[in-house]
Design a protein around this ligand. Sequence first.
Ligand code: SF4
Ligand code: SF4
Length: 447
Amino acid sequence: MSEVRIPYEAKEKDLKVMHVGAVPAEERPKAALELLGEMLKYKRSLKLYLDVCTHCGACAEQCHSYLGTKDPYNMPVARVELVRRVYKKFFAPGRSFLRAWEGAKDIDQETIDLWYKYFYQCNQCRRCAIFCPKGIDTAEVTIAMRELLAHLGLVTKFHAGIVKNMKTTGNNMGTPLPAILDGIEFLEEELKEETGLDIKIPVDMEGAEVLFNPSSSDLFTNTDGFMSVAKIFHKAGVSWTLSSRIAETANFGLFFHEPTMREHNMKLMNAGKDLGVKRIVAGECGHGWRTWRMFTDTINGPLPFPVVHLFEEVLDYMRDGRIQFDKTRNPELITYHDPCNYGRGGDLMDQPREILRACVQNFVETTPTKEYSYCCGGGSGILMDEAMEIRMALGQPKAESVRATGAEILCAPCAICKAQLPVVMNHHKVDVKVKGLSDLMGRALIL
Ligand code: SF4
Ligand code: SF4
């Protein structure tokens, strides 16, 4: 068992934004049991996953978290077993019989510590689910268990800080509106200087066709990718706008707190409704995309307009001839990283490849690839500095699969992957530059 762990350091004041309070340590086992009992009543998938595992072991070697750390508790089956053994003792049918021979276990503070430690070393990537003959999706168990831990007040300061930033500013980075508007003015000047054209970045334009919702890290730090999107809308002749209320496609609620996810979705839906747009276009963010595509209709009610991904929107422009690319502008050997929440969680696997074929000259797949691709190791929001040792271990299988391609550029069109992969590649000494697909589209776009 590894000694490495991510500290849970959110304090009472950090937790207030989620309307949860810290449960005193001595009361946690009883409270955890009650929360698990409640959860089992409405999360039928959790109960099913706890019931049907045959311990066949087919998932064990398929988790990059286990491959990178060699910690047996990071095997998907062992991770879930940390909950299953409590379930067996207190909730499973025939539990008095099971108790005698199947490792059913009481709950204590050590159990809760192990839950925290190992459910925060799961990237919720869903790779294990591809290999499980019973269809057990450990990512779903992780999401449920992190939610339970949050209700005990056990949350990282990093995650709590992001929830607070979203509530106060509408973006994860906590950038206030005046600074956003200054930044946008600066980007418009940059676009003018680069292209000689008046390419506008509208904010709160009522009646625009599209509300574009970028990840805030693209708007504020990976600005080349964001400016590429502005160029594409300009060239395609589409009226578009940002919202001053929300400039964040990432949705950390998916990782550990469903009410936060719901609130974030609602904010975006209302922004779109009030501006009267025809559709929302989501920028480069894996889990944010999964949230919009897979959860919003269910947990927020039917959407009043479609939410599409930027890549689907761009493919439409390509197919009807509104934009063209010159692939000679991307001559390097380029490989593609499937963000887990696109490929295994959001029906977005072939679309980015179709765009890549149009805008780069030399493309090579990693092995494994597509739905079998390894996670970057930062998924589920494990991006905090205090988790650096774990992050580098979790990213190791991905680093080796990229090294084997010999690629000069790794295209990774997700905000979390773009934050994690440069550090991982550097740590494992893989000489490759990490870029979003928007960057490559922007370079190749014929204006
Ligand atoms: S592959 Fe599925 S059934 Fe087999 S041990 Fe893993 S979770 Fe259990
Ligand atoms: S979801 Fe991913 S990180 Fe989590 S147990 Fe499965 S393979 Fe491992």
